[in-house]
Design a protein around this ligand. Structure first.
Ligand code: AMP
Length: 547
């Protein structure tokens, strides 16, 4: 083969912030801080302070490849760590503070983190953990001297003091683009968390896909609210993609309740917001209870929803109440996370709202760089007819090939595809729809019932706040669906009327055999329904149809 004659320039994360500082120096990063007030800075500021941070890290004896952990909300200092740590060749290890302390202890020790940077909110958590993290040789609280906490953390350093002693005179080192840049552990519901180790190359390639028009279509004219946390798959890559295109970024800090998110949407004139369904549920409840009129007050044009399936009723509410288009997206920690995005094709231009909603319920088409296939239990490929549901496998340059410090983990098949653990259909236009996690599929009389389809249909009922469906044993059918519902405050809703509402919306044989009402549903640390816990809660439950 003849080699091409193009420049061999490594794709490095530092090049993103260098570009932003050069071409979008006044592009703004707005943060709601842990200390309270709104903070404003620019890409040029982030670049300058990330270089000061890199100098500080060198001073603290950090070398390329060292793991530097964060326990932090979305904010400008966390963004400086994204660039300062990875840019100097170390690895940014973002930790989900919603995990149980024992899981955090396991993760830090498994990663052998050397330094731990954390927000003021996590002082009590770090005080509790400090003694059981033998590899961590330094703790840094991400605040200034005025807010420095009284606490028992040994040798605690102050972030702003650390930066103040350093110049911004720092040349980002050039190295192989396949060098590790950041680390994020999956918060699976069973077994120990597993580390996904991203590279500079995978992160930069992923940013291009996120910015592309048929990706998330981000550009310098957008103001992007990152409700999705920077401790979960790098906030879906937005701190990198934002710098690549100079988008104005808004960071909500610890305040993710409906009122605080609404305030930011309004005061910062946000045009694009990204988050999981549970935070949007809180926002919609706030809009309802305060009788707000978002279409008049906000300029929100698009809402990216991923992490769990976006219910049709939610997509419709954003269209009718906000005048905003829901961009449904799917991915996972192992995929950096972007896999599919639900954008419309020219042929959908004449669609009615109803037709459009049916399309938007799907998780969308693969972005360039991600290959999808669905297979049956015997691993034979299934047709893309929108009907056949099978295990969803993926392949691409920003998808994990194994887990960190688990080189033997055989996660790829012979053709290099990764099994996502999701079950999906793919239609002839390439729109993929998740029907379940393979562990949550309800197997009834040899057929599969989609718990997600039932949940989303139930959420369409005006008195339903949240719904989950699990399979429970059945004498004749092996398993049948049980619908578990949280009613909206002050609403009366009975089993019979809910089942009547669902009839006609799903196949008759999918209709749940029973409905249980609860005050709240359990969630995982990333806001998904905790089906494993639900199944435990209903372990002794007997269906009336099976007695
Ligand atoms: P995580 O690694 O925590 O980001 O979780 C990834 C998993 O979340 C996927 O494998 C899916 O099961 C689920 N997920 C992500 N996005 C969606 C979506 N849009 N619809 C349904 N499930 C989703």
């Amino acid at each position: 083969m003849l080699k091409g004659l193009m420049q061999d320039q490594p794709l490095l994360i530092s090049s993103l912030i260098e570009h932003a500082a050069r071409f979008h120096p006044r592009g703004e990063i707005v943060s709601r801080t842990n200390e309270g007030p709104i903070h404003r800075c620019t890409y040029a500021d982030i670049h300058r302070r990330a270089r000061q941070l890199a100098n500080a890290l060198v001073g603290l004896g950090v070398h390329g490849g060292d793991r530097i952990a964060t326990l932090a909300w979305n904010g400008y200092r966390h963004m400086e760590l994204y660039y300062g740590v990875s840019g100097m060749g170390a690895i940014l290890h973002t930790i989900n503070p919603r995990l149980f302390p024992e899981q955090i202890e396991y993760i830090v020790n498994h990663a052998e983190d050397q330094l731990l940077f954390f927000d003021l909110s996590f002082v009590p958590l770090v005080e509790r953990l400090a003694k059981v993290l033998p590899t961590v040789r330094g703790f840094v609280v991400m605040t200034d001297r005025a807010h420095f906490p009284e606490c028992s953390i040994p040798g605690l350093l102050c972030y702003e003091d650390l930066l103040a002693t350093q110049t911004s005179d720092y040349e980002w080192p050039q190295f192989d683009e396949n060098t590790a840049s950041s680390l994020c552990y999956t918060s699976g519901t069973t077994g120990n968390p597993k580390g996904v180790l991203y590279s500079h190359r995978s992160s930069v390639l992923h940013s291009w896909a996120a910015c592309a028009t048929d990706g998330l279509a981000i550009g310098s004219s957008e103001t992007v609210l990152l409700v999705v946390p920077m401790f979960h798959v790098n906030a879906w890559g937005m701190p990198y993609a934002g710098a690549m295109c100079g988008a104005r970024l808004v960071m909500p800090g610890p305040a993710l309740d409906g009122r605080s998110v609404y305030q930011l949407l309004r005061d910062e004139q946000v045009t694009l917001a990204l988050g999981v369904p549970t935070v949007w549920m809180m926002l919609l409840q706030h809009v309802d209870s305060e009788r707000l009129n978002p279409a008049d007050e906000l300029c929100l044009r698009r809402v990216v929803i991923g992490g769990s399936a976006a219910p049709r009723a939610m997509i419709e509410r954003f269209a009718t109440t906000f005048g905003a288009f829901v961009v449904h997206a799917w991915g996972m920690t192992e995929m950096s996370p972007l896999g599919t995005v639900c954008n419309l094709l020219p042929k959908h231009a004449g669609y009615s709202l109803d037709q459009r909603l049916s399309l938007q319920e799907k998780q969308g088409r693969a972005v360039y760089g991600v290959e999808l296939k669905i297979v049956d239990d015997a691993l034979a490929s299934l047709p893309h007819d929108g009907v056949a549901a099978g295990h969803l496998l993926v392949r691409g340059p920003w998808i994990a090939r194994c887990y960190y410090r688990d080189d033997d983990s055989a996660v790829l098949d012979d053709a290099g595809f990764f099994d996502t653990g999701d079950v999906a259909t793919i239609d002839p236009d390439g729109y993929m729809q998740i029907t379940d996690r393979s562990k949550d599929v309800i197997k009834s009389g040899g057929e599969w019932i989609s718990s997600i389809a039932l949940e989303n249909a139930a959420i369409g009922h005006p008195a339903v706040a949240e719904a989950a469906v699990i399979g429970v044993p059945h004498a004749k059918w092996q398993e049948r669906p049980l619908l578990i519902v949280v009613r909206k405050a002050g609403q009366a809703l009975e089993r019979a009327s809910l089942l009547e509402f669902l009839a006609g919306k799903v196949s008759p044989w999918w209709l749940p055999d029973d409905v249980a009402f609860v005050d709240e549903l359990p969630h995982t640390a990333t806001g998904k329904l905790h089906k494993l816990r639900l199944r435990e809660m209903f372990r002794d439950y007997r269906l009336p149809t099976s007695r």
